[in-house]
Write a protein of this length. Structure first.
Length: 251
C-alpha cells in the first residue's frame, strides 16, 4: 500500500503557498499526496508536477467533476493522476431516502463512464451519513449494490469508527471495491458528543492489526486529520506508522 498525505490536513498552508507546502511534505519523507481543497488550475498543476510528488488521486466535489470535466482531465494529464475521488454525497442524498441514493448512484456511474474513457478511475469517499438506514438497509449498502463495479470506494477509518464499526471489518465487507483508505484515528467517545479525530496511535483504532491485514488491491492510504496544529499532528502520525511498519511490511 502506498502511503500518502491527504492535503485537507494542511489546507490552510496549501491555500497560502502550495509550492512551499508540497516541499514541506517531501521534507517529512512522504512522496505521494491525495490532493484536496486546492483549485485544480493549470498553474497549480505545474506546481504539483514540479514538486516531484506522486499524485495518487484528486478528491473533488461531485458538481465540479460533472461540470468541469475538461479542467479536471487537463489537471490529471499534467500531474499524471489516474484516480478521482468524489468527496461527499450531495445534500439531497444525505437527507433523502432510497430514491435519492439511487439518483446519486446513477450520477456516480455516469461520472465513472465519462472519466473511464480517458483512462481515469473513479471512487467515492464516505462520511458517516452513508451508515443511516433506509428501507432496504444502510445507505452505504444501497450505493454498493447500485453503482457499477468500476466505481470504487475510499474507506475513511475515522468515519467508520464513529458509527461503532470496525474499519477492518468494513473493508472486508466492501471487498474488492475498496481501492484506498483515509488513515485517521478516533478519540474515545464522550457522552453523546461525536468523538473527534486524532493522531494515528493515539485513539481507539487498532492500526497495527488493520495495516497487517489489508488486502493487496488497496492502492494507497492517505493520512488525514482535522488538526489545529497539522504539521505536529502529521509528524506524530508518521512516527506511529513507521514504528508499525518495522513490524510488518504491508506499506
Amino acid at each position: 500500500m502506498r502511503l500518502a498525505l491527504q492535503t485537507y490536513t494542511v489546507r490552510g498552508d496549501a491555500k497560502a503557498d502550495l509550492a512551499a507546502t508540497l516541499f514541506r511534505i517531501r521534507a517529512l519523507g512522504l512522496s505521494a499526496v491525495e490532493l484536496a481543497r486546492i483549485p485544480f488550475t493549470q498553474n497549480n498543476a505545474l506546481v504539483v508536477a514540479k514538486s516531484g510528488l506522486e499524485v495518487v488521486s484528486l478528491q473533488v466535489k461531485p458538481k465540479i467533476l460533472e461540470k468541469k470535466s475538461n479542467n479536471i482531465l487537463q489537471f490529471c494529464r499534467m500531474t499524471n493522476c489516474r484516480l478521482l475521488v468524489v468527496s461527499v454525497m450531495p445534500w439531497s442524498a444525505i437527507l433523502g431516502k432510497e430514491r435519492a441514493i439511487d439518483r446519486f448512484a446513477g450520477r456516480l456511474n455516469r461520472m465513472a463512464e465519462v472519466y473511464g474513457k480517458a483512462g481515469i478511475s473513479l471512487a467515492f469517499h464516505h462520511h458517516d451519513f452513508e451508515f443511516a438506514s433506509v428501507r432496504s438497509g444502510l445507505k452505504f449498502d444501497v450505493l454498493l449494490a447500485r453503482t457499477a463495479p468500476n466505481v470504487g470506494f475510499i474507506v475513511d477509518t475515522y468515519w467508520v469508527k464513529t458509527t461503532g464499526r470496525d474499519p477492518l471489518e468494513w473493508i472486508r465487507h466492501l471487498g474488492g471495491r475498496v481501492i484506498g483508505l483515509h488513515l485517521r484515528d478516533c478519540q474515545s467517545p464522550q457522552g453523546k458528543k461525536r468523538p473527534g479525530d486524532c493522531e494515528i496511535g493515539r485513539g481507539t483504532i487498532d492500526f497495527p492489526t488493520l495495516l497487517a491485514s489489508l488486502p493487496e488491491h488497496i492502492r494507497y492510504g492517505a493520512i488525514e486529520q482535522n488538526s489545529p496544529e497539522p504539521w505536529k499532528s502529521l509528524e506524530i502520525s508518521l512516527d506511529a506508522l513507521r514504528s508499525m511498519n518495522q513490524k510488518n511490511r504491508n506499506y
